[in-house]
Design a protein. Structure first.
Length: 165
């Protein structure tokens, strides 16, 4: 039960006792969370301070759901902003670390300058590639010819046996 201001003096400002209790509790929670009081008082109790604000008319009840903007204590705002800056800095640091890890992996992989690392010029590398291609083509041609020869032998053997009969 509230003594100063009395519950009976606050009831005309709201619909009923339940609404008064909910309004005072919500405002007391806001004050505890760091909201700035709407006027200066020496009351240390947040529920009493909330009731005084309701009695002064600086905190009012409105039917329905409203998004109320309550001024917060500057230290709480500063702490929240510092935490956000810290989180962004950590995210940026993690992103940079990931990029550097990827770059280290790319550096380990062989790239275009592999031949230069071994001491072969680009012209020499292209000549080696051309020779390799021609050698592979020659091997494929030899395999094709060998296959054709193996297919022709049975046909000649059949002709020889027919001629011998």
């Amino acid at each position: 039960m509230l003594i100063q201001p009395s519950t009976e003096s606050l009831l005309p400002l709201v619909e009923n006792r339940y609404v008064l209790a909910m309004l005072a509790a919500r405002r007391a929670r806001q004050l505890t969370s760091g909201a700035c009081p709407t006027f200066e008082t020496e009351t240390p109790n947040p529920v009493t301070l909330a009731s005084e604000e309701i009695g002064e008319g600086s905190v009012v009840y409105r039917y329905g759901k409203w998004d109320a903007v309550i001024p917060e204590h500057p230290l709480i705002i500063a702490a929240r902003e510092a935490a956000l800056r810290e989180a962004r800095a950590k995210e940026e640091e993690e992103r940079l670390e990931e990029q550097s890890r990827i770059m280290r992996q790319v550096d380990r992989m062989p790239g275009e300058d592999v031949f230069e690392q071994v001491g072969i010029s680009a012209e020499d590398a292209s000549r080696i590639a051309e020779q390799l291609i021609s050698h592979v083509a020659l091997l494929e041609e030899e395999e094709r010819l060998a296959e054709e020869d193996s297919q022709e032998e049975p046909a000649e053997a059949v002709e020889a046996t027919e001629a011998g009969d």
